[in-house]
Ligand binder design. Sequence first.
Ligand code: PLP
Length: 421
Amino acid sequence: QPLTDLTPDQLAERLTALRADYAALQAKGLKLDLTRGKPGADQLDLSDGLLGLPTSTKDRAGTDVRNYGGLDGLVELREIFADLLGVDVAQVVAGGNSSLTMMYQVVSWLLSHGGPDSPRPWSQEETVKFICPVPGYDRHFTMLAELGIEMVTVPMHADGPDVPAVRALVEDPSVKGMWLVPTYANPTGAVCSTEVAAELMAMPTAAPDFRILWDNAYAVHHLTDVETKSADALALASASGHPNRPIMFASTSKITFAGAGVAVIAASPENKEWYLKRLSFASIGPDKINQLRHVEFFGDADGVRAHMRKHRDLIAPKFAAVQDALTSRLDGLGIATWSKPTGGYFVDLDVLDGTATRVVQLAKEAGIALTPAGSAFPHGNDPDDRNIRLAPTFPVLAEVEAAMAGVAVCAELAATEKLAG
Ligand code: PLP
């Protein structure tokens, strides 16, 4: 029976029972953590073969990878990413270990220099705004806050950002860009459909240098045997006459080692040239030894896909445990909804409006660390105080089960407290 249908007396009775459940939870003395979207140790073990590689010091062209040079990265690694991302190898630059750093470079250089089609550097505009689909990735938002870019939000739906809302915002010439995690979005798990992607690439924008930062961090991170393909952003943009609009990012952070993988960008020829030009003042070349190690480890894109199936085998049970805990306690109560992702790293939980902060606090006092309420919104501000991002990959399965059973108690308790007034 939905909690909202209960009489005051029934709610009071329920509250007493829930307080007892919560006391029992606290008595367990748990120390669990669902905050971090990090691979578990068993996932990292899958890539330990990298530690003995590369066996060669030369790339395919015979260049010594130990030396300087090769700013755009090893072609054999770029071929693997081109295949995985469905782009042309000539569009890809392979860099260091972090795609987030590449995003930061791109935004910083748009501010300091402008893009190839900018009338002036973005920093010379009175105001620069970015569209942020919410809930979204907290580091995208903190990066913009750090760089002085204003954030305007649009809802993220199951098939991508709300297109009418985006269309309305891009009529403002100070709206210069937009974040998008197109596949298995952080944190909702949404997959941007080809229709939505086509509209975003084709829509008129007041800013001539509008950019969509297409962060495909989870392009190959499937949780089921349906290996969903990402919308073909670069081709859609070219076909609609806006080849420079999207800049694509990806990395092996959640494929091999989160701290020692390889990141790439993929973009139009003009954007690529622009990126490499700016980069040439900051670097003499990437870590080609790490790039070659990844090439030897995977062989080709199918090697990556096979590797991702091993990840899936390790983490799918943890995602199933999250679903089981939420369903068994909260289903039908009318106080929570949650995503059922088919890929990526997160489950997105919406609790009763106005209770997310309380749920996180209750969980903390029971020894369960959750990402702070609101962290999936710009400036940490969830206007409805209902969103909580759950990250089940890092703890072992038994810990995910225990933590999620506790989270479900906290969500029900916070809702009942609120309804009981
Ligand atoms: N983009 C998204 C959407 C992420 O969720 C993450 C990590 O959680 C990153 C980027 C970080 O990428 P990288 O490790 O390549 O810097």
